[in-house]
Ligand binder design. Structure first.
Ligand SMILES: [Cu+2]
Length: 577
């Protein structure tokens, strides 16, 4: 007793000593606790009122804020009739992959009326992240910022901004998005375009009945602001610009970059960017615009841009906003210009040697449709069914215990399109290189590929086919991202170290309905007692994961590559056992 009091006292004095000497605000990380009630809410947009799924009745969702190394606990209760999970996009989930969120991969969906507690640490991470639903298309309305501040007295690598604001880019459908996804999967055709783009949940005056549904950002003349920009959209890659103002990118996907100043930029779904904006224009109002980047041909998409308002303090309330000029929808050069400008702030530690070289093609296939009901089920091109694929394999949801299936080795370049789930195993600490190669079976298109549990260095990219002889790699200061828009008709090379044991997805961040076609089957099975969220088949994933992870440093790392089926985005899994 006495000795423990003495040691506590010593610890306390050590803390106080550190506080005094280093002027550190606190000695240990805090725990941030949030209550997430998944609930429906009636919302009116574009002249129509409908029920949307939200967290705590807020749209867009509340911001989670924390400091580097903090622990975040989120108690979720699902009050909706739908299944739900939450993904913490960009958070590495060190040794806690079962809190990553993808339904049917690292956890069972939280069913109607059930609870689930996420509990993870933002270890050595800071910056702009976001959270979103990872079930069906629910993330169309279930999303919000997750901001992790640097530790006390750790400055930004740029002059402290006067204030900061978060801007969430989104897509809005008037139809029920879960029904919509079901319909798309049944039809085999493309997803319908969103009815509107939104900036912080508001479409702005270009849409019907929306002249008052405008997000307004007020700024003080001559001050510099930090804008935390998040593309929470479902399908569309988006351009962003502010009339008459320049934007300086200082962080992408929660990693600092060398400052790069531009007037317009593009974010793929799943990407975040921190921008500095200086109020250096005459007092007035200026449009903020978000519009489509669509690199594929013959694809239907929403053409109307979302508009928000940047208003200087002192501007007349009814003054007309200067219009913002977005690039045209297929301006590949505008995209490349910004991509070329993204460099890590400092020289970084890119793996120079590689233990595993992967080559993954990504693209959209058209599968034969053998349905007896072609009018309803064969709505893809040439009366087929669209299927996104990686190496010509389109993801099939796991039909029984996840782990048993995903530890099958992935064999690489299949030539035949097929449905399947594939896995690949790596030793802990493996240095991995992946070349993503866009294919053009149907059309060429920019694909936003997102890796869970890791960030990766984007060491190269280009148009056409990847050619080892001519490809030029940046091994000095490449950007460190978690989502990469693989250039239309081109390739991207990434490198990372597999240093985070767990089960991880690598997938296209479009159409997050990656499990869509199967979830009904699962729900039914689970509801009849064979496997609800607490069933043995579901629980076994976590138990197995825990026991294996206990020995992770001696264990192997598994990369399970799967792809999604029927119009779903490519997907693969990183699995560490
Ligand atoms: Cu993610």
């Amino acid at each position: 007793m006495a000795s423990s009091s003495v040691s506590s006292l010593l610890r306390l004095s050590f803390c106080l000593f550190i506080l005094q000497v280093m002027n550190i605000g606190r000695c240990s990380a805090a725990t941030r606790i949030y209550q997430f009630k998944v609930q429906t809410k009636r919302l009116t947009r574009l002249c129509q009122t409908k029920e949307i799924v939200t967290i705590n009745g807020k749209f867009p969702g509340l911001a989670i804020t924390a400091q580097e190394d903090d622990n975040i606990v989120v108690n979720v209760i699902n009050m909706t009739p739908y299944n739900a999970t939450i993904h913490w996009h960009g958070i590495k989930q060190k040794l806690s992959c079962w809190y990553d969120g993808p339904s049917y991969i690292t956890q069972c969906p939280i069913q109607s009326g059930q609870r689930f507690t996420y509990n993870f640490t933002v270890a050595q991470q800071k910056g702009t992240f976001f959270w979103h639903a990872h079930f069906s298309w629910l993330r169309a309305t279930v999303y919000g910022p997750l901001i992790v501040y640097p530790k006390a007295n750790v400055p930004y690598p740029f002059k402290k901004p006067f204030k900061e604001h978060t801007i969430l880019l989104g897509e809005y459908w008037l139809k029920n998005v879960v029904e919509l996804e079901k319909h798309v999967l049944e039809s085999g055709g493309p997803p319908p375009p969103a009815d509107a783009f939104t900036i912080n949940g508001q479409p702005g005056p270009n849409y019907n009945c929306s002249s008052k549904d405008v997000y307004e950002l007020e700024i003080v003349p001559r001050k510099t602001y930090l804008l935390r920009l998040i593309n929470a959209g479902i399908n569309m890659e988006s351009f962003f610009t502010i009339a008459n103002h320049r934007l300086t990118i200082v962080e992408v996907d929660s990693e600092y970059t060398k400052p790069f100043t531009t007037e317009r930029l593009m974010l793929v779904p799943g990407q975040t960017m921190n921008l500095l904006l200086t109020a250096d224009q005459p007092i007035g109002r200026y449009s903020i615009a978000m519009g489509p980047y669509e690199s594929a041909k013959n694809v239907k998409f929403q053409h109307t841009s979302a508009i928000a308002s940047l208003r200087y303090f002192g501007a007349f309330p009814n003054s007309v906003a200067s219009p913002a000029k977005l690039p045209v929808f297929n301006d590949n050069i505008a995209v490349k210009t910004v991509m070329d400008g993204l460099r890590s702030l400092n020289t970084v530690d890119v793996p120079k040697d590689v233990d595993a070289h992967l080559f993954i093609t990504i693209g959209i296939n058209v599968n034969k449709c053998n349905s007896e009901d072609p009018n309803n089920k064969c709505q893809g091109p040439r009366k087929g069914r669209l299927a996104a694929s990686m190496n010509n394999i389109s993801f099939t949801n796991l039909k029984s215990r996840f782990w048993k299936l995903i530890t099958r080795n992935w064999k690489g370049n299949d030539t035949q399109a097929a449905n399947g789930t594939r896995a690949m195993v790596f030793e802990y600490g493996s240095r991995i290189q992946i070349i993503f190669q866009n294919t053009g079976t149907l059309t060429t298109e920019n694909h936003p590929i997102h890796l869970h549990g890791h960030s990766f260095y984007v060491i190269g990219y280009g148009t056409g086919n990847y050619d080892q002889q001519t490809a030029r790699f940046n091994l000095e200061d490449p950007p460190y991202l978690n989502t990469i828009g693989v250039p239309v008709g081109g390739w991207a090379a990434i490198r990372f170290v597999a240093d985070n044991p767990g089960l991880w997805l690598l997938h296209c961040h479009r159409h997050p309905s990656n499990m869509g076609n199967e979830h009904n089957v699962y729900s039914e099975k689970w509801q009849d007692g064979a496997g609800d969220s607490t069933s043995s088949s579901c629980r076994s994933t976590k138990v197995l994961a825990s026991s294996k992870l206990a020995n992770y440093d001696r264990g192997r790392i598994v990369l399970a590559t799967t792809t999604e089926r029927e119009l779903e985005a490519p997907i693969c899994l990183l699995l560490f056992i």
